[in-house]
Design a protein around this ligand. Structure first.
Ligand code: 13P
Length: 268
């Protein structure tokens, strides 16, 4: 049994990365994002080391020992199985995006349906899609596991975190494996919503102004995901020897100053 959660972040032991890749493989299989031996998942272990799922193995059955370590050319350096046939695409993403530490490739049926219909998910019909991904472009078809496929996705890698691959599937990536997987979830969920609007025969696209506000909100929203150390310290109980000391966040301090100025103004 795989654990049903993985920790965010990319700084983990190799053993933890192995467990996390298997957990995400099981999630992809259970959610129907892959069938048979579809899909592949990798994590950057170091400057020239990638930990990847092996080729031709169900992601629902994968265990830690099945995983393979490759170099940044996708050549096996450790493990008994062969690395995923899509290592060309994974290593291209790691080369072009030093900020990326994890890549997921799957064939979730609704997003893949859009890709097979020649449709990108790039209309701003859903605020979460604009916030999380900004839009998912469609790369032209290329035979899986070949340079044709890497050439097709290459133009989109720098400016996007999720790409539809025509007549094939989806690739997502991020600073850690949880982010890469959640981008796959967000892509499939958005494709379902887009499909419902197609079925209803009506799509209301957000205005340029609304999209701009979402793009601005993205930085605030993403940086707000973790409580800054200063804030979490402020809400923690004070140690007994420091009961006279008050710790404030910058925002709380600014609010106090504003309040004092306001009081002063109303006195005069
Ligand atoms: P691998 O089994 O070689 O990882 O390939 C699966 C796949 O989905 C190819 O696109």
């Amino acid at each position: 049994m795989q654990p049903d959660s993985i920790l965010p972040g990319a700084v983990k032991t190799e053993e933890q990365h192995r467990r996390d890749i298997c957990t995400v493989g099981h999630w992809m299989y259970e959610r129907g994002y892959v069938a048979s031996t579809d899909g592949n998942i990798s994590v950057r272990l170091g400057p020239d080391r990638i930990l990847t799922s092996p080729t031709c193995l169900s992601k629902g059955m994968m265990t830690s020992d099945d995983l393979v370590i490759t170099d940044l050319e996708g050549r096996r350096v450790d493990g008994t199985r062969k690395p995923s046939s899509e290592m060309g695409m994974h290593v291209l993403i790691y080369r072009l995006r030093p900020d990326v530490n994890a890549v997921c490739h799957a064939h979730p049926p609704v997003a893949t349906g859009f890709a097979a219909a020649g449709l990108a998910l790039d209309k701003p019909i859903l605020c979460e899609l604009v916030l999380d991904l900004g839009g998912v472009p469609l790369a032209r078809y290329g035979t899986p596991g070949t340079a044709e496929l890497t050439a097709a996705v290459e133009p989109f890698i720098r400016d996007h975190n999720a790409i539809l691959m025509a007549n094939h599937g989806v690739v997502t990536y991020g600073a850690d494996l949880l982010t890469a997987f959640q981008r796959m979830e967000c892509t499939e969920h958005s494709a379902k919503v887009a499909l419902v609007t197609e079925l209803l025969g009506k799509q209301v696209v957000l205005s340029g102004g609304d999209v701009e506000k979402l793009v601005e909100a993205r930085a605030r929203y993403q940086s707000g995901a973790q409580v800054p150390a200063a804030e979490s310290k402020a809400s923690a109980p004070l140690p007994n020897d420091a009961t006279d000391r008050v710790t404030l966040t910058r925002r709380e301090l600014e609010a106090l100053i504003d309040e004092a100025i306001e009081k002063d103004r109303s006195r005069h």
